[in-house]
Design a protein around this ligand. Structure first.
Ligand SMILES: Cc1cc2nc3c(=O)[nH]c(=O)nc-3n(C[C@H](O)[C@H](O)[C@H](O)COP(=O)(O)OP(=O)(O)OC[C@H]3O[C@@H](n4cnc5c(N)ncnc54)[C@H](O)[C@@H]3O)c2cc1C
Length: 334
């Protein structure tokens, strides 16, 4: 690991003085929350910050879990374990609790925070190994080794010929599906942004997110209601535990006598960034939720998928995962 300066930010105002760059994946100043992504990537020599600003003191004010009829407000410094274990979250918003419980390992979930989770970096092997010269995410303009390489885990939605990195997180898929908002605080004060604008689309792979320099995420707001109560997160992976998704679906249904009033669909393991399938949601509305209507929605959700050989299996796995999630959600007591 390379030498760096370590500072502690006792509050948001001090954190906001950090010059954290315009969303670059390798910004020279990085916040340290649980450290489970950051320190990993520093040891691998992928991230090389000059300065690390420890924001764990912010836990005192920004780790609360609020469950109201309007939905959830989750402090960004809350640990994944604290959300997973919260009985009110489990009842009001099963998909949120499940997206935590199915991620990583208990030890990691005790350390890892929600803010760090959504900003974790891709697990693309060519990004995580600096001995590969070609990686537009690490080195703009160098190319993408994954396109012609071993791309079994890589993304099929939202990709282009510059980068096919897969967004690896679970919680972000739920946030995308349910139209969450992100509360941030920074040099310009506090603001809220729609979650779907937090992660940048493909195009400039070395730019990860849309936060301004010094902005720190302090909370997530996720709308509640009938789709939240009848929600689930289904994760498919190579082994049953301690593994990233090769396909996942976050779904929520509001049903009236078996007919869909509203649907929420997010896809994981498939896309360049947390992915909401809005056209598939719309296709379900007004129809009875059956195997046929679920299959039709899944066709729409994976339309436009682009594969590169080793990941040719993904669109079909994505469709089947979504159908299974929808059928399971339909059977839930809500
Ligand atoms: C072996 C392993 C398996 C894993 N499996 C899964 C899995 O199955 N599913 C899954 O979803 N995740 C998985 N993870 C990822 C893990 O969940 C993340 O590493 C963790 O959530 C990151 O949170 P953190 O608090 O440790 O972030 P850190 O490592 O401290 O920070 C990560 C990044 O986010 C930035 N950051 C952190 N907090 C904030 C904030 N509040 N505001 C602005 N920027 C911030 C930091 O500057 C840094 O760039 C796995 C990790 C490992 C090591």
């Amino acid at each position: 690991m390379r030498p760096f300066t370590y500072d502690r930010a006792e509050d948001v105002t001090l954190a906001a003085r950090a010059h954290t760059g315009q969303g670059q994946t390798d910004a020279p100043v990085q916040f340290l929350a649980g450290g489970t992504t950051l320190l990993d990537l520093m040891k691998l020599d992928v991230l090389r910050p000059d300065r690390v600003v420890d924001i764990t003191p912010l836990k005192a004010r920004h780790s609360e879990i609020e469950v109201t009829s309007a939905g959830l407000r989750l402090g960004a410094l809350a640990s994944m374990a604290s959300v997973e274990d919260n009985p009110e979250v489990k009842r009001a918003f099963p998909a949120v609790a499940q997206s935590m419980a199915l991620a990583a390992s208990p030890q990691l979930r005790n350390m890892a925070t929600l803010g760090g989770n959504v900003l974790q970096r891709t697990r693309c092997p060519y990004y995580r190994d600096p001995s590969w010269a070609e990686c537009n995410k690490r080195k703009p303009g160098s190319g993408c080794a994954a396109i012609k390489g071993f791309n079994r885990q890589n993304a099929v939605l939202g990709v282009d010929d510059r980068c096919i990195a897969q967004y690896p997180g679970d919680f972000g898929v739920v946030l995308a599906a349910f139209g969450a908002e992100v509360e941030v605080a920074g040099p310009g004060g506090a603001r809220r942004i729609p979650f779907h604008t937090l992660h940048r689309p493909a195009g400039q792979p070395h730019l990860e997110h849309s936060l301004q320099p010094g902005e720190v995420i302090i909370a997530f707001r996720i709308p509640g209601g009938a789709t939240a109560r009848r929600s689930l997160y289904l994760k498919v992976r190579d082994r049953q535990s301690y593994e990233f998704a090769i396909a996942s679906a976050a779904v929520g249904l509001d049903l009236d006598g078996g007919v869909v009033k509203q649907a929420r669909i997010g896809l994981g393991g498939m896309a360049y960034r947390p992915w909401r399938a809005e056209a598939a949601e719309a296709a379900l509305v007004g129809k009875p939720l059956t195997e046929d209507s679920a299959h039709a929605a899944a066709e729409i959700a994976l339309r436009g998928a682009v594969t590169h050989g080793h990941n040719d299996y993904k669109p079909e796995l994505g469709r089947r995962t979504l159908v299974r999630a929808l059928m399971q959600a339909a059977k839930m007591e809500a």
